[in-house]
Design a protein around this ligand. Structure first.
Ligand SMILES: Cc1cc2nc3c(=O)[nH]c(=O)nc-3n(C[C@H](O)[C@H](O)[C@H](O)COP(=O)(O)OP(=O)(O)OC[C@H]3O[C@@H](n4cnc5c(N)ncnc54)[C@H](O)[C@@H]3O)c2cc1C
Ligand code: FES
Ligand code: FES
Length: 1320
């Protein structure tokens, strides 16, 4: 530890201090010394957004920029969802002068949900650029907006502005990025709809050497040139007044007060900072740099004093000193990475650190957040898995801490014990490696991007070469993710000193000691298992150890341990055919609203401006899982500013249920009994969302009669906690007998977890009382249901509830019955308080309160012949329904039990299990996705039992035309056998299997696998009922359409418009699809089950046919070639009714058979890292029968989106519950991991089956929204095949079940890695 001489600075401090005090006074009195430069002049605190200055002196400086943009400036193109830096939909670009090189502009994409508006004042000449500044449909789109739309890169459109802004940030820094750079750029953006491929393609079309396929006919690269004068893209119209810059002048200090007495300071010199720290040395002070830590530790604070350090230029310095790089504390992670790369010739470790830091968080967080804030998080929360800490500690970095009295220097580890009260992290010195030193670091995460680590490790060693050997002079081994206190593997470090690393004895000796000293924490359900983390830590050391050895020393099969999986730039092919003669039907075209979506103009409910007197509602959730409410104390909540009311069950004017009869009651607010942790028990209503959430924190609830909740399926099965049978057991033939006489038999058990829908627009509804009853804007997939539920809850007739839904920001089943919880709550509050009320669930509430895709345990017995032919199958399905049986799916699941396989004897028993969890609900391809996985597993199990190739065993059992399913349905048009064999040939399965076999034999620590999954998916139309209306305007022939389905990103409106245009023989742009309402489409059924698009297309087609029939007599009288407009006018004159309506509700097929079946085959190939469990899906080829696609662009989008959502389910997304209360623990983006853009297959090829008209479909088409998802389990099986290869190496070539999700940790554990097998 070094103490510096601080007498010099102290004197300077004193002088500066006086000056600062004068400045502060002047500033507070609005008498800045330099009004031209100082944005605080005349008491004004100006921030600039899209070229316009706004005074924020009356705002809370801590207010997130997103909130300011949306609520104050009404710039709602910027969306918000997670409010924690984890989803990217709020990304904006912020420009400012480089604090150390003012002539240089910094241009950074950042998460506006985290960035506080006060901080903008510290950035000189700042400018916030939002999606609105780029372009609009009326004024013209920016090329990025245009391409994203044209490449079909938006479905629901909620994520689109974030992607556009993230790309804009990249291109403003580098107009000609490479493809890899573009793909790397999106490590902070979630899209749940598209499967990312079209987004990446759109963005890669900006790459200079873009694939010709991607470049298309765009010629607008030069549009991205930035005008040096206005700093805006050239060729643009004016973006409003560009005024002189803002930002505090050197030497001034601005000080903002917010209403609640919180002080916010903005020093511009270190002296000012020290003095402020000294002045407030007894208070809790928050230094604000990027302010991103609050995305991780939301509960941090509250702080009365915030000091924004961003305005201190001295803290941005970076210098290359003789000993290494000296980096001051305002340097962001992004800049640090850039500097490390810039100086990488100085030390090989700099590249290593840069590579590691690139895996921290995501681009926008790294652009705002700094290394100092990260280290402080580690200082404050010892369990925080800080990557910065690991790399600094292993690199031998020293951090310098200062206060007004002077400086002290520490190692990162020593720093953890420093009293930081009143102190500042000043700089870090990162030394160069010395001669003979080698260093590497590793970070193993649950997902390739934007994920905190399971275990990170860093190793630095000084080696001495002698006589063909290498011995360790010194070694540093640093870990995070093991336990709060475990940092250095001290005993192993000691052991290794002086040891020769070219022999196995040293390796094993070190591993044995390391194994003993690694004692992982095992008491946090959010962490991966202790067993995994320990094994991983050993594996990482092994990787490093081998990397020190020259190639000829390491045996060839072990070399694969030395490198990590490398993901190349992704690619993919989309193959389909269309019929130009039928255009616009079958035409691949972007969605009607795509441009509105990518420009951020598409309005979602939360984008609606508040109406006068509007209130906001937020739920108080139960923290117990099985109890009775004793008291609810609202006193403190009602004293929150803006509080309007706290509503309880007794305040509900009608029935306390958000599901209409005959469904079982599900209470809107608990009347006493608590069925699960996360259940709403009160509703806080206030003048803003912020205040409503603040109130929630102040409501105090006590409970009585607490009983242990049933939180797992196993417990429920043991206690026989079941609902009444949801469907009849299916018994076909004599399965028990068939199994008993079969030459081969197996039995097994398998599980699948739950999946959160992860719609980017969380549950939301706004209710406005009117003279006509209640006007409701609901984000619901089922308006009729919500209408009945609201009517019941507030006790007024259904006719008085008017619901409108223009679009959903994603739904995937989560906004079916569940959407009426927020709808009823908003309606109750609006009715009781006689004011408009908006109820929006934040992500955490949404994840805790609303059920997910049902979890299952499956138990099976199977009998079969020696060639793998199935004789009898018995499966029991234990389906977790949670606390209500209402959205039961297990009955439906039976229809998919057989997938594509024939067997004469079946017994399928559905059991609906009752647990103390939120009632689970339908999620994209409900029932089918998990249940197809079971039969696929059974076939895999059969194959393994017989040591046969599962691909062939599956092929043997496939249905043939005319076969009958266990539900008794004959398959009249079954083509699965042909599809299966043609796909095997087309994608060269045999050749690839050979190559994989060789690869696996040659490599011990990387393994590959390939799997094939066929599909038969039955589509039923019986529950699809919708009212469609088509009206032609007499004056100009334009057409409006209303239909009963809800546009939720699936392209419903576009397909309907295409069908309407085709049926009437007019261009698509004559047609407008109006929002769905209960006025124009009453009684319409739910949007779901993949059938909504086709049935509404059917309804609209029939409307058009009615109209054409009515118009025909008039048309026949007119001369050929009469224009549409004239024809319509003539019809009107002839008193033709130009509005037609059609009620679609197809009759069931004979014996309730499906309307038709969809078929498909997927081949997936995976590679895994055995030592870590990391994996990537190298290639997926999907052949899908979509009939005659109405719009191949949309259908391909559905296939990709569904498949990638399925991949998330099988490989990534794991719900974690508190074992004691059942509360969802991972309710946020930090711990719940849906796929990101690098989770998708590297080579992703989709083919829509050609020449496959569907005689039973609407206009010969087939559904595409859900069926493809059921083949996504192919990715899990491909991974499983790779795991099998690893197990073969350790002599465990037997069957093992691989349940879903097979996360990185599960994969590694399944590989049975044993450090005792590690060798050179
Ligand atoms: C979505 C997301 C993902 C993330 N993923 C990772 C990850 O994978 N690995 C990882 O290691 N981290 C991760 N992080 C953490 C991230 O790296 C930190 O949030 C960031 O580095 C903090 O820097 P900041 O400048 O924003 O700090 P701030 O939020 O501004 O400050 C954080 C704390 O540091 C204090 N502080 C700031 N500057 C100083 C200073 N100079 N001297 C003394 N105290 C100071 C503040 O008072 C505050 O207490 C993630 C964060 C988010 C939001
Ligand atoms: S809302 Fe900002 S990252 Fe999610
Ligand atoms: S289009 Fe990306 S989330 Fe819907």
């Amino acid at each position: 530890m070094k103490k510096s001489n601080n007498s010099g600075p102290r004197n300077i401090f004193a002088a500066q201090c006086k000056r600062w005090e004068e400045m502060e006074t002047a500033s507070l009195q609005g008498q800045s010394s330099d009004p031209a430069e100082d944005g605080t002049a005349a008491g004004r605190l100006m921030i600039r957004v899209n070229g316009v200055l706004h005074d924020v002196k009356d705002e809370d400086p801590q207010m997130p920029l997103a909130e300011y943009l949306r609520s104050i400036l009404h710039l709602c193109g910027t969306k918000t969802m997670c409010h924690e830096g984890g989803c990217g939909c709020c990304v904006v670009v912020i420009e400012y002068d480089d604090p150390v090189k003012p002539e240089k502009r910094m241009i950074k994409s950042m998460n506006s949900c985290l960035f506080p508006i006060g901080s903008l004042l510290s950035l000189k000449n700042h400018q916030v650029i939002t999606i609105e500044a780029l372009g609009s449909v009326k004024k013209g789109l920016h090329p990025i907006q245009q391409r994203l739309a044209d490449y079909n890169g938006s479905q629901c459109g909620f994520c689109s502005p974030g992607f556009v802004m993230q790309m804009y940030g990249l291109l403003k820094n580098n107009a000609t990025p490479g493809a890899q750079e573009v793909e790397d750029n999106f490590d902070g953006n979630v899209c749940r709809c598209t499967g990312y491929r079209p987004i990446l393609d759109a963005m890669k079309s900006f790459v200079k050497d873009a694939d010709i396929r991607l470049r298309g006919s765009f010629t607008d690269m030069e549009d991205l040139m930035i005008c040096p004068k206005t700093k805006w893209p050239c060729k643009r119209s004016s973006l409003g007044e560009v005024v002189p810059c803002t930002g505090p002048a050197e030497g001034s200090t601005s000080k903002l007060y917010n209403k609640d007495g919180i002080k916010w300071y903005q020093p511009t010199t270190l002296t000012q900072l020290y003095l402020l720290m000294q002045e407030h040395s007894r208070e809790a002070v928050k230094l604000v740099h990027g302010d991103t830590a609050k995305g991780v530790y939301k509960g941090d604070g509250p702080y009365k004093i915030s000091i924004d350090v961003k305005g201190i230029p001295d803290l941005y310095k970076v210098t290359m000193e003789p000993d290494g790089l000296k980096v001051w504390s305002n340097v962001t992670l992004s800049s640090l990475i850039d500097y490390l790369k810039q100086y990488s010739d100085q030390s090989p470790s700099y590249n290593v650190i840069a590579r590691h830091l690139l895996k921290v968080a995501n681009g926008p967080v790294r652009n705002a957040g700094g290394w100092a804030g990260n280290l402080m998080m580690k200082w404050k929360y010892r369990e925080f898995v800080s990557d910065v800490f690991v790399v600094f500690e292993v690199a031998g970095a020293k951090v310098t801490v200062s206060d007004i009295t002077g400086l002290n220097t520490y190692t990162p580890m020593q720093f953890l014990d420093v009293n930081m009260q009143g102190k500042v992290l000043l700089y870090v010195e990162i030394p160069k490696l010395t001669e003979g030193e080698k260093m590497n670091t590793y970070k193993i995460m649950p997902r390739m991007q934007n994920a905190h680590t399971y275990v990170s490790a860093g190793f630095r060693v000084q080696l001495r070469a002698w006589d063909k050997k290498q011995s360790v002079e010194s070694i540093s081994m640093v870990y995070t993710g093991i336990s709060k206190h475990f940092i250095h593997a001290v005993a192993t470090e000691k052991y290794l000193q002086g040891k020769d690393i070219t022999c196995n004895v040293t390796l094993q000796g070190a591993l044995t000691i390391l194994e003993k000293e690694l004692i992982p924490d095992d008491n946090n359900p959010l962490l991966a298992s202790a067993k995994y983390r320990k094994s991983l830590a050993l594996g990482l050391f092994y990787k490093f150890f081998l990397s020190l050895l020259s190639e000829n020393v390491v045996s060839p099969c072990n070399r694969s341990a030395q490198y990590s999986l490398e993901r190349p730039v992704s690619t993919g092919k989309q193959t389909y055919c269309s019929k130009p003669e039928e255009y616009p039907l079958t035409k691949p075209m972007p969605k009607l609203n795509a441009h509105l979506q990518t420009s951020g103009e598409a309005q979602f409910i939360n984008d609606l401006l508040p109406v006068p007197n509007e209130l906001f509602a937020a739920f108080v959730l139960s923290t117990e899982g099985n109890a009775t409410i004793s008291t609810i104390d609202i006193t403190a909540a009602m004293s929150v500013p803006g509080a309007a009311a706290v509503l309880k069950a007794k305040d509900i004017p009608g029935s306390n249920t958000f599901v209409p009869p005959p469904m079982e009651v599900e209470e809107i607010l608990s009347s006493g009994p608590v069925l699960y942790a996360g259940q709403p028990i009160a509703l806080c209503v206030a003048d803003s969302q912020h205040h409503a959430l603040q109130m929630v924190g102040e409501v105090k609830v006590t409970y009585k009669d607490q009983k242990p909740p049933i939180v797992t399926l196993d417990e429920a099965i043991e206690k026989k906690s079941f609902y009444p049978p949801p469907a009849k057991e299916i018994l076909v033939g004599d399965p028990t007998g068939a199994i008993s006489v079969s030459p081969c038999k197996i039995e097994g058990e398998l599980r699948v977890g739950e999946q959160y829908h992860f719609h980017m627009e969380t549950q939301i509804c706004r209710c406005v009382p009117t003279e006509d009853g209640l006007d409701v804007q609901a984000s619901s997939q089922w308006l009729d249901f919500a209408q009945q539920a609201i009517a019941g809850a507030i006790g007024i007739p259904v006719k008085d509830i008017n619901i409108t839904t223009k679009r959903l920001g994603g739904a995937y089943g989560g906004k079916g019955t569940r959407a009426s919880l927020v709808a009823c709550s908003a309606a109750v509050a609006a009715t009781v308080l006689c004011r408009p009320v908006r109820c929006i669930m934040d992500l955490s509430t949404n994840m805790k309160t609303i059920g997910k895709r049902h979890g299952y345990i499956f138990k099976y017995k199977v009998g079969f012949n020696e060639d793998g032919t199935l004789n009898g199958v018995i499966i029991t399905y234990y389906c977790d329904n949670g606390s209500s049986p209402n959205d039961n799916e297990v009955g439906l699941a039976l229809f998919f039990s057989d997938n594509a396989y024939k067997c004469k004897n079946w017994q399928l028993t559905p059991i609906a299990v009752k647990t103390n969890r939120a009632a689970h609900t339908w999620c994209r391809a409900p029932g089918s996705t998990p249940n197809i996985f079971v039969i696929e597993t059974i076939l895999e199990h059969v194959a393994k039992f017989l040591s046969l190739d599962p691909i062939r065993v599956k092929q043997k059992n496939l249905y043939a035309q005319g076969d009958t399913t266990p539900m008794g349905f004959v398959l009249p048009y079954c083509s699965i056998r042909e599809l299966y064999s043609s796909q095997l040939t087309k994608v060269d399965v045999a050749g690839r299997l050979q190559a994989i076999k060789k690869f696996n034999a040659d490599n011990s620590w990387k393994k590959k696998g390939l799997a094939v999954v066929p599909l038969k998916y039955c589509l039923f139309w019986t529950d699809g009922y919708y009212l469609c209306t088509v009206s032609i305007f007499a004056s100009d022939g334009s057409v409006i359409v209303s239909q009963g389905g809800i546009e939720s990103g699936q392209g419903l409106d576009t397909k309907v418009a295409q069908v309407c245009a085709y049926a009437l023989g007019i261009p698509v742009d004559f047609i407008s699809i109006k929002p769905t309402t209960t006025i124009n489409s009453p009684n319409s059924g739910a949007t779901g089950g993949s059938i909504t698009s086709e049935l509404n297309c059917l309804g609209v087609k029939n409307c058009c046919e009615i109209l054409r029939k009515r118009m025909k007599p008039v048309k026949d009288k007119l001369p050929p070639g009469t224009s549409w407009k004239d024809l319509v006018a003539a019809c009107f004159k002839d008193k033709v009714n130009l509005t037609a309506q059609y009620w679609v509700w197809p009759d069931p097929q004979p014996r309730d058979a499906p309307q038709y079946n969809s078929y498909g085959v997927t081949v997936a190939e995976a590679e895994i890292d055995v030592l870590t469990g990391e994996n990537q899906i190298s290639q997926v080829d999907i052949l899908f029968d979509c009939g005659e696609s109405m719009n191949p662009d949309i259908d391909i989008g559905q296939v990709e989106g569904a498949f990638v959502m399925g991949m998330g389910y099988w490989l990534l997304e794991k719900m974690i519950y508190d074992p004691k209360t059942g509360e969802v623990l991972n309710a946020g983006t930090w711990d719940y991991k849906p796929p990101f853009s690098k989770s998708i297959p590297i080579n992703f090829n989709i083919e829509l089956l050609k020449n496959a008209p569907n005689p039973m479909g609407v206009l010969r088409s087939k559904a595409s929204g859900e069926p493809p998802q059921c083949m996504s389990c192919a990715t899990l099986f491909a991974v499983k095949r790779a795991i099998e290869a690893a197990r073969q190496d350790v002599g465990q070539d037997t069957y093992f079940p691989l349940s879903g999700p097979a996360t990185v940790s599960v994969i590694q554990t399944s590989c049975l890695v044993d450090y005792r097998n590690f060798s050179i």
